[in-house]
Design a protein. Structure first.
Length: 299
């Protein structure tokens, strides 16, 4: 079918913002031109793509299906342009990574630092998102590579290139406020205020699943987006925090790990790329520098 790419680009901006006016601003064309482009595309595809009303715009089922294909295509073109506009002596272009703030701080920083030293002319971009949202970025073609927690309900196993680290999650508390030096059950922990990451995170998804396996409902007292802040709140006695063990500093004196009767299995940090999209040379090079936890016995 002979459809001008510009029509798909207009469709992408309207679909991603669900606003004709926002799309016109991003494309630097009039709102009437946006509307006319959408009408032309709908006529060529012989299907309505949007449900228009005075208050809002919605995608039709056909529009939703088309958007799933158009979004990664548009992002792939944008990434290709970035690669061409930022070449260097090694033939590499920009490296774009998606990762959570916790993984960035506690795992990625030294690898990013060394990559910067070895390839100072390669632009590095890091998009911060939860491990669940990072998978969406990868599926949409917005990033070259993600470093994310696993298990992850959104992760396609075909995406995983390497397991780069293993870790355990722990409950921590300040003994001045919570004296739980003996082994406790999840049921007993329910009686105390639980501090944990927000529901849209893989860590929250994981802990809720562990409690459900014991026929228990987990109702946290506090849900935040930062493990470091959870540690700070646990330190002042606001509750019992659930965090990855590597976030707890060695020699920590104010906090201790609470041992639970139910085993908390290990989780992994994985590096993932979308095999349906081209791999950039920069992403391949960076991936090769990350450790393989399965070869070195974990991390």
């Amino acid at each position: 079918m002979d459809v001008n790419y510009e029509l798909y680009k207009v469709f992408y901006h309207v679909a991603s913002s669900l606003s004709f006016s926002e799309a016109s601003k991003k494309l630097y064309i009039s709102q009437s031109a946006v509307s006319q482009s959408i009408k032309t595309l709908e006529r060529k595809l012989e299907q309505p793509l949007f449900i228009r009303s005075t208050k809002r715009v919605q995608l039709t089922p056909a529009g939703k299906m088309l958007f799933k294909h158009i979004e990664p295509a548009v992002n792939l073109i944008a990434r290709g342009e970035e690669q061409l506009l930022t070449p260097n002596a090694f033939g590499f272009g920009q490296l774009h990574i998606g990762a959570s703030d916790t993984i960035c701080r506690y795992f990625l920083v030294p690898y990013l630092g060394q990559f910067r030293k070895d390839f100072p002319n390669i632009p590095i971009k890091v998009t911060n998102a939860t491990s669940l949202s990072c998978v969406d970025l990868l599926a949409q073609g917005k990033v070259d590579l993600i470093i994310a927690n696993y298990p992850n309900s959104r992760m396609n196993s075909a995406y995983i290139q390497k397991t780069v680290a293993s870790f355990r999650d722990v409950f921590i508390a300040n003994p001045a406020y919570y004296d739980l030096q003996q082994e406790v059950t999840f049921g007993q922990l329910q009686k105390y205020p639980i501090l944990m990451l927000e529901r849209k995170s893989a860590t929250s998804e994981y802990l809720h699943k562990l409690f459900l396996q014991q026929q228990l409902e987990l109702v946290p007292e506090v849900e935040l987006s930062s493990n470091d802040l959870l540690i700070d709140l646990a330190r002042i006695g606001l509750g019992i925090a659930f965090i990855p063990d590597y976030c707890l500093a060695e020699g920590e004196k104010e906090l201790y790990v609470i041992h639970t009767k139910e085993q908390i299995p290990q989780r992994q940090i994985v590096a993932a790329m979308n095999p349906s999209l081209p791999f950039s040379a920069s992403a391949h090079e960076f991936l090769s520098r990350l450790p393989d936890a399965r070869e070195c016995g974990g991390a």
